[in-house]
Design a protein around this ligand. Structure first.
Ligand code: GUN
Ligand code: FE
Length: 441
């Protein structure tokens, strides 16, 4: 067994943040958390679990472990232009910037280069689990799965489905072809039997999918009990267009319900304009929302009221939404989530802003719940996989300064608001160290 001793912080359902100083955490050979107890119990733990005192890895005074972060919505294929192209609203942005770039993933060499970079970058940023959109191309999407597996990232991979309104001639599938390719994608990815990489059924959004395609995808999700991901109510023009495209549906949410795509394994990105009635349906179905605050601001889409999502007891996590969101770092997303909630407080002084602790929970345990992975990830409960970040505040070039009296909770708050990948010195997924990368990569 591997054993660490020092400071740990995580979230539970009852507490947005719990900090444990001088705790010992032990891993079994499967990379699961075998014990997590106070340091004073270390003698009896060593007898019980059969480790020597000299086997214990003691964390430094400015170090701590937090659970790995869960990016519940990221477009791996848009990573090439992240940090640019932030000057158009959603539908124009898709047409002018996004679809032309996504059409390039026919080329597997290009795909391999970009997908390797995005997996490495997100792992260094502390994303231990990512829920990815790839493109319409089956082979490049399979390659993303292989790369995530190679680097040891926990990932859901979506081959994007779209058979109409693609706005550019080069980026479009026929309905039948899309159904067949989705089948092929799912079968080939499942056949690989990757331990931590799974397929997710991915209709891009209601605008770009015909009713026939949506129904078929709903059937596939049900038949194989798969996750579903898409976009919903991100932007006002989008919501209006969906109304026109689906006159028989009572709401945007109803479009997905009617096609069997709103399940307890569904994650819908954005949801800025969801009504209370729609949120009730989300709650009843057990469907989740991925809050993408950086993207919502950059594309001037809207501001999600997270208090209202939480009030309706809808599962909620955070997403970078690269490249609508310019940063691939979940730390940035945590900050934008807090900023957005504070901006909303300017409009409604009854509203309580999101605390950094709540944002931390959304980025870790919340994301695990969104992806139905909370039985095995999200915090340091005994029996879960060890998905964790070793954080060190005092590394060379650290963007954080400490002062006398900065206790562990203050240090964590500073890391969340000021830290970056330089402070994330080691990353573990299912007990395996994945950052720093092996020398060969
Ligand atoms: N809606 C449909 N496709 C996309 C996309 O690629 N990014 C964002 N932010 N919204 C979308
Ligand atoms: Fe998106």
């Amino acid at each position: 067994a591997r054993v660490y001793r020092g400071t740990f912080a995580h979230s539970t359902r009852d507490a947005a943040l719990r900090v444990f100083t001088d705790f010992v955490l032990g891993l079994n050979v499967q990379g699961k958390i075998a014990f997590f107890e106070e340091g004073q119990n270390v003698e009896s733990l060593s007898h019980q679990w059969g480790f020597e005192m000299s086997d214990i890895e003691q964390l430094g005074p400015h170090e701590f472990f937090i659970p790995g972060m869960v990016d519940t919505h990221i477009h791996a294929s848009q990573y090439t232009y992240s940090g640019t192209h932030l000057d158009l609203p959603l539908l124009d942005w898709l047409k002018i910037y996004t679809f032309p770039v996504e059409s390039l993933y026919e080329d597997l060499d290009f795909a391999k280069d970009v997908y390797t970079k995005v997996v490495k970058r997100t792992l260094c940023n502390g994303t231990t689990t990512a829920c990815y959109f790839a493109t319409i191309h089956t082979d490049a999407s399979l390659l993303l799965g292989q790369i995530a597996d190679d680097f040891g990232q926990r990932a859901l991979i979506g081959k994007v489905c779209m058979d109409r309104n693609t706005m550019v001639p080069d980026y479009k599938e026929l309905t039948e072809g899309c159904k067949e390719e989705t089948d092929r994608f799912i079968h080939e990815l499942l056949k690989k039997k990757y331990a931590l990489v799974k397929p997710v059924v991915t209709p891009r959004f209601a605008i770009s999918c015909s009713s026939s395609l949506l129904s078929n995808l709903g059937k596939i999700a049900k038949e194989y009990n798969l996750h579903v991901q898409s976009h919903i109510s991100e932007n006002k023009q989008e919501v209006q267009f969906v109304k026109e495209l689906f006159p028989d549906c009572t709401s945007y949410t109803d479009v997905y319900v009617k096609h069997g795509l709103l399940t307890d394994k569904t994650v819908m990105a954005h949801g800025c304009y969801l009504t209370d009635e729609e949120l009730k349906i989300f709650h009843e179905k057990g469907a989740a929302v991925s809050h993408c605050p950086s993207s919502n601001i950059s594309l001037i889409s809207g501001m999600l009221n997270v208090r209202n999502i939480l009030k309706h007891n809808v599962k909620l996590g955070l997403g970078t939404d690269v490249a609508g969101g310019y940063s691939s770092s979940m730390l940035d997303t945590i900050r934008r989530a807090v900023d957005t909630s504070k901006a909303l407080c300017l409009q409604d002084d009854q509203l309580k802003p999101l605390s950094y602790k709540e944002a931390f929970r959304l980025a870790t345990l919340g994301g695990s719940e969104v992806l139905s992975l909370d039985d095995c990830t999200g915090n340091f409960d005994v029996g879960k996989d060890f998905d964790a970040l070793r954080v060190n505040i005092c590394v060379p070039g650290s963007p954080i300064d400490l002062f006398p009296g900065d206790d562990p909770e203050v240090i964590l708050e500073k890391f969340l608001n000021l830290g970056d990948d330089r402070n994330i010195v080691e990353v573990y997924v299912a007990g395996k160290q994945v950052v720093p990368f092996p020398a060969s990569s």
